[in-house]
Design a protein around this ligand. Structure first.
Ligand code: A2R
Length: 329
């Protein structure tokens, strides 16, 4: 990526997606901040704004920033994306056009790991069903039935062992639960057993923890064959992207008893969730809240702002993605 042009001219930025106070108030008078809360609003920006625009903050993972969107801005230098996953940003296009892309890793790692661990236990020990049982008054007549699931007798296979995967694995270690993982290559400094083949790992465990990036290379890698290999005690937890799991195959596996249960924070077509899932008793469904606490979302927003400010101050962004590395700043 080339160094930004530092002049006394104002820098035109776009907030693309939901607007929040840290984003809105984070830029000094040196910047002119435009807004587009939807793709249509982005397309309808005045031509002179499109001409001048140099930076975009993409503020939610449902905002598509593909070639169609990015190519409308001939002077674009930087896309600062909110969230650790950035499969909604076309990094190949960005690289070809000397546009640097940043994301917000690290600041959400422990938060997402907490949610993954909570979702796993809630799924196994039926917290949601048990809560409904208490509220309905049934506890007055009978104790809640023993849960079939338990963390005690499990072995968890991770699909992905990066920053968040390792943070979840640490929690499982503390709970004395054995961990193994699948990824394309062994993770540096990680001593858990590595499985190059996902089906082989699914056969060797009874629980899958999905924590890989979305995008073409992981699309539907958790498919009917993987779920069959996981088996009738199988539990699937997905806190990554809905695209990683073949959703109709998962619904079928849960219905037929091919696997036992699932805990899902992400879905293929958010915010739509298959009706069949909503009627099932053996699933816990969360509305993509992995990083969604005030403290963590504020840290993510601040990192979006700081990435853009660093770039336009002539420095390297704090967290550029690997596809658009920055040299010589
Ligand atoms: O495959 P490797 O050796 O690059 O390992 C990475 C793994 N991974 C994959 N595993 C299997 N098949 C693939 N096609 C594939 N692509 C990537 O996922 C690595 O172990 C892990 C990603 O780690 P990080 O880049 O450190 O990401 P982080 O911060 O743990 O977040 C993971 C994802 C985000 O992209 C969001 O979509 C979601 O969690 O919240």
């Amino acid at each position: 990526m080339m160094a930004a042009n530092i002049t006394s001219e104002k820098i035109d930025l776009l907030i693309y997606g939901p607007i929040r106070p840290i984003l809105e108030n984070g830029f000094s008078d040196q910047y002119v901040v435009h807004r587009a809360e939807t793709g249509d609003q982005l397309n309808q920006l005045p031509a002179d704004v499109k001409q001048k625009l140099r930076g975009i903050a993409v503020t939610y993972h449902t905002m598509h920033a593909g070639k169609e969107e990015l190519s409308q801005f001939p002077k674009l230098e930087m896309v600062a994306s909110f969230g650790v996953g950035y499969d909604h940003v076309d990094c190949a296009y960005a690289r070809e056009h000397n546009i640097v892309v940043s994301n917000t890793p690290d600041v959400l790692t422990e938060e997402v790991a907490d949610v993954a661990m909570g979702l796993l236990i809630a799924t196994l020990r039926e917290f949601v069903k048990a809560d409904k049982y208490l509220r309905s008054g049934l506890w007055q007549t009978q104790n809640y039935p023993l849960s079939v699931g338990s963390l005690r007798d499990r072995k968890v296979g991770f699909v992905g062992m990066g920053r968040i995967g390792q943070a979840i694995a640490r929690r499982l270690e503390a709970s004395r639960v054995p961990v193994v993982y699948h990824s394309r290559k062994p993770a540096a400094g990680v001593s858990y057993q590595h499985f190059p083949d996902l089906i082989e790992m699914a056969k060797a465990v009874d629980t899958l923890m999905v924590i890989v990036p979305g995008g073409a290379s992981t699309a539907k890698i958790v498919n009917a064959d993987v779920l069959k290999a996981l088996g009738p005690r199988g539990v699937l937890i997905n806190v990554a992207r809905g695209s990683v799991v073949d959703e109709p195959a998962l619904v079928a596996a849960l219905k037929s008893g091919t696997i036992l249960a699932a805990g899902l924070d992400v879905f293929a077509n958010e915010p739509s969730v298959p009706e069949e899932l909503k009627t099932m008793q053996n699933v816990v469904l969360l509305p993509h809240i992995g990083s969604a606490s005030v403290v963590t979302r504020n840290a993510m927003d601040q990192l979006v702002v700081d990435n853009l400010k660093n770039w336009f101050a002539g420095k390297a962004p704090l967290t550029p993605v690997t596809e658009t590395p920055v040299k010589g700043r």
